[in-house]
Ligand binder design. Sequence first.
Ligand code: 6PG
Length: 233
Amino acid sequence: MNDRPAPQIEVFEDREALADAASGLIAERLARAVRQRGRAAFLATGGSTPAETYRRLSRAPIDWSKVAVGLTDERWVPPTSPDSNERMVRETLLVGPAAAAHFVPLWSQAQGPEAAARLAEPDVRALEPVDVVLLGVGEDGHIASLFPGSPALERGLDPGARRLCIGVPDGLPAPPQARISLTLPALLHGLVIVLISGTAKRQALEAALAGADLPVRRVLAQPRVPVRILWAA
Ligand code: 6PG
């Protein structure tokens, strides 16, 4: 992989314990950043896996007014849609104490995903330095909205990409709907936590750890930032 030891899959007894561990790890990093530099920034994955983690995280005793929350990616739907990652984060994380956090959306009333990505770029850049990145993984090994077979994949995984945020067209095999995604350089900051559950995703992670060139491998096999993989059946 590189001179940083390959991350190991950390196994938790069930999904409750997984959500406790993930939310505790994120909270600890954000609280430390607020103590040390008066601010903190967190990039939140979309999808369904993290919802329970976000509910716990929303109750963490952090000065949330000093925390900025962004997204690793977004579906090309308005925040009123049940498919919206913004909606999921607002409903599960940005509630209670965490409602005081500053949220940076990716979707906007632009002509299309690429136009919206260009509009979001300055706000995503202003989040840096990011302290914690939470990534989900698809059964196909995708991260954020960087899917195997997508025409935007190489652009998104380019370690030298100048853009932090790009539009991803829908297509076959994926994604089923157009997306906005952060690029690899935008995702490799602070501590990257890969949060997965179920057998199929564990198999995808094990394949990537063994060398399969899946998008998630670009996160596992890089020397820049520490990565932790948290899994429960
Ligand atoms: C999204 C995500 C995506 C997600 C994986 C896993 O918009 O869906 O950001 O990368 O993390 O697809 O999704 P699940 O947690 O729903 O399995």
